[in-house]
Design a protein. Sequence first.
Length: 393
Amino acid sequence: MIEPEVLNLKDEVVELRRTFHMYPEIEFDLHRTSQIVADYLESLGLEVKRNVAKTGVVALLRGAKPGKTIMLRADMDALPLQELNDVPYRSKIDGAMHACGHDGHTAMLLVAAKVLSRRRKQLCGNVKFVFQPSEERFPPGGALPMIEEGVLEDPKVDMAFGIHLWNALPVGTVGVRAGALLAAADEFRIVLKGKGGHGAYPHVCKDPVITASELVLALQTLVSRNVDPLESAVVTVGKVQAGTAFNIIPETAVLEGTVRTLNERVRETIKQRIRQLVAGICTAYQMDFELDYKDGTAVLMNDPELTELVRRVAERVVGKDRVVEVPPSMGGEDMSFFLQKVPGVFYLVGSANAEKGLDKPHHSPYYDIDEDSLLVGVQMHVSLVTALLGETC
């Protein structure tokens, strides 16, 4: 159930979410957002650090007695997308939109900090509230620089938790999964260097378009013929660029794409096979090439024991029949880097309401949420901390 104290803060969490939604900021350029966040946290009497990893914010709540330190994380950045919703809180920034729920994540964690700050005398241990920039763009992303700047230290974080509002689940539900929840998300860029010329005389040219076409098809065999059918992997070529006119064979062609995997062994296999495949095909077509392969987010792994704790807490918040075992997703999340360093759980709070038309997918210009989901998120943050730090005093 949602506690009365949280219910009484509904207007506040909705107003915060809509404020962030109307003024979205992208990547590390979160100056307005981070100032609102830091000012709010300071008003609660917390120890606040500004400008962590450029525009991140970290706040520390020290409980009445010593104990473990729990980290709660929210991402703050928006997407470079033009909003098409006709709502009073529509984005006022052209070309920027909160289309993935980060406005809600930030609002939920702020209000959870307010509730928990009122209960510090009941807590044995600390709560570290981490507001991260640039989740949407990796590399560089915001999690790694925050880790490098010591967010997991002083005091040392013992476990970490994060929420993602999820429009694939109805409002009033919570989705959990132990082990791999989200994929490693890598990027590659292949530049093919041929010999351009007249389209009527291909025999005196080295056509990079033909090589690019061969590669696009061949890259699909990496999953179908190199990965165990019981494993999951995706290789997508999302961008192909070549040529300036219908009758000119260009000098170069460029392919850009992504690789998604759910374990490191498959990830390494595909990375190696891409290099072998590109080298082999370019040799066959007498083509020079450059391959830039960038490791992205890691596989997000939820700690099994703590996942069971999240499940039990969620059953108290939304009811046992509203807690869902979710399948893994091939989306990526740099919360994975925090969970590489400390045990923890990243879980999903349902935010869709089909009857209200609030069920559009993430990253859609029509994305929006049922704001009742914000109360579930606040309560989950509060109840998790209480379960871990409040029952030991």
